[in-house]
Design a protein around this ligand. Structure first.
Ligand code: NAD
Length: 157
């Protein structure tokens, strides 16, 4: 239906699962999709599918827990499309349910960085490129991350 015609959507975790499904759907709706993932080959594969269906896509390798990686990927996206209208913070990593005593501190820190701090890093990098970013993230993260200067829409999915 082309409800996203003219929009640019940056989707993290786009190589698989929920992010991949979003990437394909948003592209079908007319958005230019930036498929961002630590799995760069997987992101490329999704963009190939988007392009084969006549859509517009760009694959970027991004580690959502690493600020430099996030900033570089956002710059690549903005230099190609000029703006970001939709941000989907979908990348996530989950190991397995463990007892606290079986959870090494390194694993705890990694899970917090990938699943929580990433929202802060990616949103902060993307917002300056447009002040009307629609931000999707899991309700598992009980944070309202709207910056005060922005009229950003926050949608919980
Ligand atoms: N599938 C569900 O039912 C469900 C339900 C609630 C919440 N979630 C959460 O939603 C998120 C996505 O779920 P999914 O089922 O699509 O998972 P998935 O494992 O299929 O996809 C996650 C994607 O994130 C990418 N990723 C992992 N670490 C990354 C990093 N550091 N930087 C960039 N990309 C990285 C992976 O490469 C992968 O492509 C996860 O955080 C998950 O916990 C999933």
């Amino acid at each position: 239906m082309n409800r996203l015609e003219g929009k640019t959507a940056l989707i993290t975790g786009a190589a698989s699962g929920i992010g991949r499904a979003q990437a394909l759907l948003f592209a079908r709706e007319g958005a230019a999709v930036v498929a961002a993932d630590l799995n760069g080959d997987g992101a490329e594969q999704v963009v190939s599918e988007i392009e084969a269906a006549g859509g517009i896509g760009l694959a970027v390798k991004m580690d959502v827990s690493d600020n430099e990686s996030v900033r570089a990927a956002v710059e690549t996206a903005v230099s190609r499309f000029g703006r970001i209208d939709i941000l989907s913070n979908t990348a996530g990593a989950f190991d397995q349910y463990r007892q606290t005593l079986d959870t090494p501190r390194e694993l705890w820190d990694k899970l917090i960085a990938v699943n929580l701090t990433s929202l802060y890093l990616v949103t902060n990098a993307a917002l300056p490129h447009d002040h009307r970013v629609a931000n999707f993230h899991s309700t598992e993260v009980p944070l309202d991350i709207r910056p005060q200067h922005s009229d950003t829409d926050l949608m919980r999915v």
